[in-house]
Write a protein that binds this ligand. Structure first.
Ligand code: XUL
Ligand code: CO
Length: 440
């Protein structure tokens, strides 16, 4: 018998339907079920976040490791990395998740020198390649960890020390090569420490120009090596920095546009980052999508009472439904997917908890997909929205939008006409309508 790290999960998680009482079964996620002509797995493209699921120990700022993780016990760092990867692929297979995402330093240990770290990464990429080949699991995206090493305490691309910026650039070069080698479909930039703590020591304009240069170099290298994955930026307003430059979707789009980078990037929207920015998840998705830039999603949730990035598994059907409505409306995420950038709580110490967590998230997105598909087919919301703006389809509205009239013409038109008729925006009626689909 091959070694198992999840002995309590003896077989791949089956789909058993809404009435199932087995907590190790799917109630809504039925991989091969067709929804609007596409299978559920093609719609949802679920991915496991290596850093939380495989690497997290349960430690927090008040206490050390709490999780039972047999795959993290080997003394030699490379052995430990390989056992971790074995556990990862066992988990992917048993969950039936076809994608994963990693930071370079998740899959391979940091060495004593930069060169050693690069060699470790090469070793682990070769190992991952074999496991991907054997299982059919694919890489949704890779990224470089440019925030854990002490050297990056004042930023990576935005570091005031050119030597450190150069090191970060070299690290990205290797992470890009690793992602390409593993057939990664995207590459993510999350600027964890690309921001500032105090304006007393910071030149914002210079740091943003540095960041743009950093990203241009990555774009150039992507072309040079023929990496065809999509580049993604993941906005977040703060934590670890007090202010991060890619604070939300709108700020990131503006930054990309002002530095001639927009054509090379899309956005990876994370639910808990949206709420930290004072937005809803669906707001950030909608802003990115309206710009044609919604590329991928980090699927998680925050906690209403906690003001930090709790990275919980998404279990709120209301939120997943509002997200799926936007994703379906733009015809899916293309090369992106739904990456569970989420961790089990410190008290969920048993490895089996990782299964309950992912099953819950997958089921709530699957159910949301089913609900959203019906709302879209029935044109329940889209019909209302279309009607709401119908005054712009003809008459004075059409003339305004065609640029045929100016303020003077409109003054004359208003004077000739009766007062406008107010129409209700019907928010409560629409909320009831949405609920009627969710609870149906
Ligand atoms: C941190 C976060 C990252 C990115 C990848 O809040 O979301 O894990 O997803 O660097
Ligand atoms: Co994330």
């Amino acid at each position: 018998m091959p070694k198992t790290y999840f002995p309590k999960v003896q077989k791949p998680i089956p789909f058993e339907g809404a009435e199932s009482k087995d907590p190790l079964s799917f109630r809504f996620y039925n991989k091969h079920q067709l929804v609007g002509g596409k299978t559920m797995s093609d719609h949802l493209r679920f991915s496991v976040a290596y850093w939380h699921t495989l690497m997290s120990s349960g430690s927090d700022i008040f206490g050390g490791a709490s999780f039972q993780r047999e795959w993290r016990t080997a003394a030699n760092p490379i052995d430990r990395a390989k056992e971790t990867m074995d556990a990862a692929f066992e988990l992917f297979g048993k969950l039936g998740i076809e994608y994963y995402c990693f930071h370079d330093r998740d899959i391979a240990p940091e060495g004593d020198t930069f060169a050693q770290s690069c060699r470790n990464l090469e070793t682990m990429v070769a190992y991952a390649k074999q496991l991907q080949k054997a299982t059919g699991v694919k890489l949704l995206w890779g990224t470089a960890n440019l925030f854990s090493h002490a050297m990056y305490s004042q930023g990576a691309g935005t570091n005031p020390n050119a030597h450190i910026m150069a090191t970060a650039a070299a690290q990205v070069k290797h992470a890009l090569e690793a992602t390409k080698e593993l057939g990664g479909e995207n590459y993510v930039f999350w600027g964890g420490r690309e921001g500032y703590e105090s304006l007393l020591n910071t030149d914002i304009k210079r740091e943003q120009e540095q960041m743009a240069r950093f990203l241009h170099m990555a774009v150039d290298y992507k072309k040079k090596i023929g990496f065809h994955g999509q580049f993604l930026i993941e906005p977040k307003p703060a934590e670890p920095m007090k202010h991060q430059y890619d604070s939300d979707a709108a700020a990131t789009l503006y930054f990309l546009q002002s530095h001639d980078l927009l054509e090379h990037f899309k956005l990876n929207i994370e639910a808990n980052h949206a709420t930290l920015a004072g937005h809803t998840f669906e707001h950030e998705l909608a802003v990115a999508s309206a710009a044609g830039k919604l590329g991928s999603v980090d699927a998680n949730r925050g906690d209403m009472l906690l003001g930090w990035d709790t990275d919980q598994f998404p279990t709120d059907i209301y939120s997943t439904t509002l997200a799926m409505l936007i994703i379906l409306k733009q015809n899916g995420l293309g090369s992106g997917g739904l990456n569970f950038d989420a961790k089990v709580r410190r008290s969920s110490v048993d490895p089996t908890d990782l299964f309950y967590a992912h099953i819950g998230g997958m089921d709530m997105f699957a159910k949301a997909l089913l609900i959203s598909q019906r709302i879209i087919e029935d044109k329940s919301l889209s019909g209302f929205i279309e009607e709401r703006y119908s005054s712009f389809k003809s008459g004075i509205g059409a003339k305004i939008m065609a640029g045929e009239v100016g303020l003077q013409d409109l003054e004359a038109w208003v004077l000739q006409n009766d007062a406008p008729v107010h129409q209700s925006a019907r928010q409560e009626m629409l909320e009831n309508l949405l609920n009627s689909y969710i609870v149906a």
